[in-house]
Design a protein around this ligand. Sequence first.
Ligand code: CUA
Length: 180
Amino acid sequence: MEIHTYEKVWLALSLVLIVGFIATIAYGASAGPGIDMIDDKGGTVDPATLDEHPKFGDPGIEKTGENQYDVYVVARQFVFEPGTSEPLRVPEGSTVTFHVTAADVIHGFEVVGTNANTMAIPGQVAEFTVEFDEAGEYGILCNEYCGSGHHVMEGTILVMEQSEFDSWYEQQEQQTGGEN
Ligand code: CUA
């Protein structure tokens, strides 16, 4: 059987494409480009008793070290807590580890204009870390269809100057009796 030259060229090119696609995925899945895939390291929670959970019962920000913070977020039809009724506040120059879960159905949690993006699944905690270098405002969007109010489900992340954040945080601590 004779294979025409053009056919050989097309075969070779398709092979290059296939190998290229696989290489792209392998590169993206590795830590190489600084992309962190969401996996199961965040653990699980019981969505039915979320309100009694030590962290998700009163979600918000918690200082864990010098410039290090943990943020707990609950997504539910059709709000982010915190994020929707009040902005999710973080200080500039901080490293923030998000723990995101859902109370009812599957939601999305996307920080607009960044590569911070995860699904919020009832029972699962999505964990990922973001560095906020500059003060400013970011939008949060739900990007998984979650019901009639999906299109209005959004929130705000406010990256504040450190001193501003500190006084807000102190006030929070006092209000909640230091539980946070
Ligand atoms: Cu929540 Cu769409």
